[in-house]
Design a protein around this ligand. Structure first.
Ligand SMILES: [Zn+2]
Length: 61
């Protein structure tokens, strides 16, 4: 599982998400940026920032 914690990019934000695919995590994170942080223009730079903060989470098996 891939995990992204918004607080690593936007200090103080407790939102986080996780999914099997990195692309899905990026997609959800971008949507969150739009709805929660008013980012109407998602720059390439932001996607890179999100990707840089995605961490691997061991599958609970
Ligand atoms: Zn956030």
């Amino acid at each position: 599982m891939k995990q992204f914690e918004c607080g690593s990019l936007v200090p103080g934000c407790a939102w986080h998400t996780r999914a099997k695919e990195e692309a899905e995590v990026v997609h959800r994170a971008v949507e969150h940026m739009r709805t929660a942080h008013g980012e109407t223009v998602i720059r390439e730079n932001m996607v890179d920032n999100i990707k840089a903060r995605i961490t691997d989470e061991a599958d609970a098996a």
